[in-house]
Design a protein around this ligand. Structure first.
Ligand SMILES: Nc1ncnc2c1ncn2[C@@H]1O[C@H](COP(=O)(O)OP(=O)(O)O)[C@@H](O)[C@H]1O
Ligand SMILES: [Mg+2]
Length: 400
């Protein structure tokens, strides 16, 4: 298979979920003499080729099968149908601390992991210092890893994975755990690996990072491969779908409430009223909450929530704190939050919304992270953290 680093052909993977005896029966339940289980196809007939030297991003919703696909590539899981061929040494960072023995020190784990990956002791000794330096764990190298912080775990795991000369590197989400500085270092390392012609497959929630780092992307949807191609095209396709998902199908986030009234839709609009196809940092934007009530709701409070795709709660502006308290609302309508300058840095974000009574205790409808959107680079050109403060530097003798 010249030119192909990974070839996935017709791969399906089934999980069986076993139930306790007393649990109620579901329609899909298969009933045996001894066991009852539900079958779940995490991958369905996936065929995918990763060419040597490319960096491929695997994207798709939670539960779409991304991690399962990586695990089958890494031979941690055996597919039920199909086959996978990997050309060359494969190293993988799939779960936080996977492959580490908690009682052993960092040093011992490096040797343990390295030998599992097929490196000789001499080879490992030669790489040892690089591994420790990249992971920034020198002072703790003889401490059992069970006492490491999650950041140290990720750094050490990643450092081992990239320093063992893999032809193919698989990385699942875990990098998001590292701090900003380490993530930057990882991005630089990815660039080195790409320059050396290594093949990388990464799973990430951060579509901005996928766009930056990957050449190609593959979109999984409910275990099926929905699309592959140049990274920009696949991400645009994915975002297009997410945008068009009706909020009330509930698949993107949890929803709860008493039901007298609801937030039916959230729209992201330009100031002129048209849909904002693409948001840039610094753009003006209108967030429009469409509500529908079956009964009059007195002194309602509308809240918009913004989370990063990684789950950081960014902000939650509400009408009450803004001094806007209508006596009541009823029927259908909408309310707008006009934002002169959107100060989110490039990245992927989730919007949610709620309709509550004045105290917030009585919740008519709460929609958690129901709508995903992306912000691309604009002005200010900041890109780290979550948001810009929108400030202006002064004090240097600047030319005008
Ligand atoms: N070990 C397992 N046992 C049973 N079900 C699993 C297991 N691992 C994953 N699943 C299920 O398979 C589906 C795909 O999961 P996963 O590959 O982790 O998705 P993703 O990484 O895209 O979020 C999900 O429905 C998940 O609940
Ligand atoms: Mg996963």
């Amino acid at each position: 298979m010249s030119g192909l680093a990974v070839s996935v052909k017709g791969v399906s993977k089934r999980f069986r979920l076993y139930h306790e005896r007393n649990q109620s029966l579901k329609a899909s339940l298969v009933r045996g003499r001894r066991s009852r289980y539900e079958e779940l196809w995490a991958l369905r007939d996936v065929t995918l080729e990763v060419r040597e030297g490319t960096t491929l991003g695997l994207i798709g919703r939670n539960g779409s099968g991304k991690s399962t696909l990586l695990k089958t590539m890494a031979r941690i899981l055996r597919p039920d149908t199909g086959r996978i061929v990997v050309d060359g040494r494969l190293s993988a960072l799939l779960e936080l601390g996977a492959g580490f023995h908690p009682e052993l020190s960092g040093r011992e784990n490096i040797f343990l992991n390295g030998s599992i990956l097929g490196l000789g002791r001499k080879e490992l000794k030669a790489k040892f210092d690089d591994i420790v330096a990249f992971a920034e764990v020198e002072p703790f190298i003889d401490t059992p890893v069970k006492d490491y912080s999650s950041g140290m775990y990720v750094r050490l795991g990643f450092s081992v994975a990239i320093n063992v000369d893999p032809a193919v590197l698989l990385v699942d989400e875990v990098l998001a755990v590292g701090d900003e500085q380490f993530q930057r270092k990882c991005r630089e390392k990815f660039a080195d690996l790409q320059a050396e012609g290594r093949t990388v497959v990464i799973v990430s929630h951060d579509l901005g990072a996928v766009r930056d780092v990957c050449h190609e992307a593959a979109l999984l949807e409910d275990g099926r491969l929905e699309q592959t191609g140049p990274v920009g095209e696949v991400i645009d396709h994915y975002l297009g779908r997410v945008h068009h998902d009706r909020l009330d199908d509930g698949s993107l986030g949890a929803r709860w409430g008493t039901g007298e009234g609801g937030i039916e839709r959230i729209e992201v609009l330009e100031f002129g009223g048209g849909p904002a196809a693409r948001l840039r940092t610094g753009d003006p934007v209108v967030f429009r909450l469409h509500f529908d009530t079956t009964e009059p709701i007195e002194r309602p409070v509308f809240t918009l929530t913004v989370h990063t795709a990684g789950g950081v709660h960014v902000t939650a502006p509400n009408t009450r704190d803004a001094g806007l308290v209508p006596d009541e609302v009823k029927g259908r309508g909408h309310i707008d939050l006009r934002v002169e300058r959107l100060l989110l840095v490039p990245g992927t974000y989730d919007l949610g919304a709620s309709l509550t009574d004045y105290t917030g205790a009585y919740q008519y409808d709460v929609r958690h992270r129901a709508f995903r959107f992306e912000v691309v680079a604009g002005s200010p050109a900041e890109r780290h953290g979550v948001m810009s403060l929108g400030g202006r530097w002064e004090g240097l003798p600047l030319e005008r």
